[in-house]
Design a protein around this ligand. Structure first.
Ligand SMILES: Nc1ncnc2c1ncn2[C@@H]1O[C@H](COP(=O)(O)OP(=O)(O)OP(=O)(O)O)[C@@H](O)[C@H]1O
Length: 335
């Protein structure tokens, strides 16, 4: 595995800026997740590294080698796409073996066989090796697609929302497995998603992309607790961070220039009180937790609560802030 660097990479398509001056190092053995809304430039970044697009400006190195002008096949990367893209006429075994059969590799059949069986076990598809790839469930097909990337040991794995077409249960399962496999292999991996749970649970570092720019990069904890601006704060956290005007709630010590207060569940203190400064507008019961919808005058906010909290719709409460996040008029974080 190897380190991959992007230095000042930009790419436009006609009038559309897709990637704007992005600099990023994916360290050897690191799992980096690019998180951003649709159109943020995530896929384009992967395609630039793979050599499927050429940058307008900037430099990409893979294992220390400048890859400008190098064809995709010579870049030593493995790409997993959102859709399974398996060879339908081949068995699972042959799909997995395919990348190893290239004449340039000159691998013996015994070596290929050993590697295919090893990877099939890793992605837990070893019991279906002789099945036609079309006779598999969606989750199994995606395991094979991931396995087909893993049979090779490239400098970097590039994965573009590989779990997004699966149902929630399978996604959660494969998320864990992918992280385990990456750990076992010590693989360098750049993974694109717009799913914050995937980013939080798998990444060593998360890079937040917005309109082609890398707005912030850091560990999941850093990005969650220390967002650089409103955009980043709004990308992580469930329910979404509440954005309130300065002065609406008591209990904060806002620095000069504060325009907006960012309050997540852990930044809010609730106590039953009449008359109180807020009212419970609605309660959503999710089983293991409740979402409390709270009205403060004209403003509405949402917070998580213990399902055993003795509170009902229409109750008056006292709502106070506890070390919330502060943002200026331009949306930049103030500390
Ligand atoms: N081949 C292309 N031709 C023209 N415009 C393109 C092309 N590829 C991407 N774009 C544009 O570049 C911008 C970034 O696209 P990109 O696919 O990288 O975003 P993304 O973050 O991966 O989005 P998504 O989550 O929807 O996949 C978008 O505005 C998109 O329309």
């Amino acid at each position: 595995m190897a380190e991959v660097t992007l230095a000042g990479i930009s790419k436009t398509f006609g009038q559309t800026g897709a990637v704007d001056n992005v600099s990023l190092t994916i360290r050897d053995g690191e799992f980096v997740v690019l998180l951003g809304p649709t159109g943020a430039g995530k896929t384009t970044t992967l395609r630039l590294i793979a050599g499927l697009e050429a940058p307008d400006a900037g430099r990409i190195t893979i294992a220390g080698r400048d890859v400008a002008g190098a064809a995709p096949a010579t870049r030593d990367v493995a790409f997993v796409f959102q859709q399974y893209s398996l060879y339908p006429h081949l068995t699972v075994y042959e799909n997995l073996a395919f990348p190893l059969r290239s004449p340039a590799r000159r691998l013996h059949d015994a070596e290929i066989d050993a590697r295919v069986r090893e990877v099939a076990k890793m992605v837990r598809i070893d019991h279906k090796l002789q099945n036609r790839s079309t006779r598999l469930s969606g989750g199994e097909m995606q395991r094979v697609a991931i396995g087909r990337a893993l049979v090779r040991k490239p400098a970097i794995y590039l994965m573009d929302e590989p779990l997004s077409s699966l149902d929630a249960k399978l996604r959660a399962e494969l998320r864990l497995e992918l992280k385990r496999i990456q750990n076992e292999l010590g693989a360098t991996l750049l993974y694109v998603t717009h799913d914050q749970v995937e980013a939080m649970t798998m990444a060593d570092r998360i890079g937040i992309l917005a309109e082609g720019k890398l707005v912030q990069i850091g560990s999941p904890r850093e990005i969650y607790s220390n967002p650089a601006n409103l955009h980043v704060a709004a990308r992580l956290g469930q329910p979404h961070i509440n954005l309130l005007p300065q002065g609406l709630l008591p209990g904060c010590n806002a620095p000069a220039g504060t325009k907006t207060i960012g309050a997540r569940t852990e930044h809010l203190e609730i106590s039953a009180s009449t008359p109180g400064n807020a009212e419970i507008d609605w309660i959503e019961h999710l089983g293991d937790q409740n979402h409390l919808h709270i009205k403060v005058g004209e403003h509405k906010l949402v917070t998580l609560a213990d399902p055993y909290l003795a509170i009902q719709r229409g109750d008056r409460i006292d709502l106070k802030l506890r070390n919330p996040l502060y943002f200026d008029a331009g949306g930049q974080r103030l500390t």
